[in-house]
Design a protein around this ligand. Structure first.
Ligand code: ZN
Length: 159
């Protein structure tokens, strides 16, 4: 199912826009829509920016999968959702596996938990973690091989 939100009518009312956005995201989640199309309206770059700012809020971001920008068609935005069923959540947690990495700084052996099925879906996962022994940031690259063994490499996470 796809939902559509046209902001033409309320483009000048920041509060209404936020309410409308909040509402459409909620609807998408409850109705399990796969996609929401947001139409800010022609020539309204500022409005598009505020929509993107809204979508970037951590509480909102947690609810959808990704955003696509359509550059040539009035700046429409597409928000895609992924709805996990209870079943698939169960499967994912069932294959959660513990793995370990060697801290790049103090060489301590630290354990982390990973979701094998997600590693297979996305290829690799990167994660910034703090070493429990020395406190240095470790940038981890996590992948799973064909035998479902998790392989983690750690490099310095200092910028
Ligand atoms: Zn360390």
């Amino acid at each position: 199912m796809k939902l559509k939100l046209d902001l033409h009518e309320i483009y000048s009312d920041g509060r209404k826009i936020e309410e409308a956005l909040q509402d459409i995201i909620e609807q998408a989640v409850t109705k399990r829509a796969s996609e929401v199309e947001i139409i800010p309206g022609k020539g309204s770059g500022a409005l598009k920016k505020s929509v993107l700012r809204f979508l970037d809020r951590p509480d909102i971001k947690a609810q959808y999968h990704r955003v696509d920008k359509d550059s040539d068609n009035w700046g429409r935005l597409f928000v895609y959702f992924r709805h996990e069923s209870f079943e698939s959540k169960k499967t994912i947690s069932a294959v959660s596996q513990a793995a370990s990495y060697t801290c790049f700084c103090c060489q301590a052996e630290n354990r982390i938990a990973c979701e094998i099925s997600l590693l297979h879906e996305y290829g690799t996962e990167t994660r910034l973690v703090e070493c429990p022994s020395c406190g240095s940031p470790n940038l981890l690259t996590i992948r799973a091989n064909r035998q479902n063994k998790v392989i983690v490499s750690a490099i310095s996470g200092y910028k």
